[in-house]
Write a protein of this length. Structure first.
Length: 96
């Protein structure tokens, strides 16, 4: 699942690591989406210092695979094991 978004940075905003308790709920929601759909979830945001979210990839089990440090521009690269992304839980909602 690909989730591009833009969260405008605020002065003296977030500076902690990914999923720090002081961050917004959006990072934990990303991990939940990956787990509830047994798929990889890639969330992409710009690298503004003070931004509430950053670019990250969650594994199908809901764990963090990789993230871009807050405020650092760069290219986030993650190795995916596609056999883990079964989509089994997402398929439960299909009809017909």
């Amino acid at each position: 699942m690909f989730h591009p978004h833009f969260d405008e940075a605020e002065p003296d905003g977030y500076k902690a690591g990914f999923a720090d308790p002081t961050n917004s709920f959006h990072e934990k929601a990303m991990l939940c989406r990956a787990a509830e759909n047994t798929c990889y979830f890639a969330s992409v945001n710009c690298a503004g210092a003070g931004s509430a979210t950053t670019s990250a990839v969650a594994s199908p089990d809901g764990t963090l695979l990789a993230y871009q440090p807050y405020g650092k521009a760069g290219l986030l690269i993650a190795d995916l094991d596609l056999d883990l992304a079964t989509g089994l839980l997402a398929a439960r909602c299909r009809s017909g």
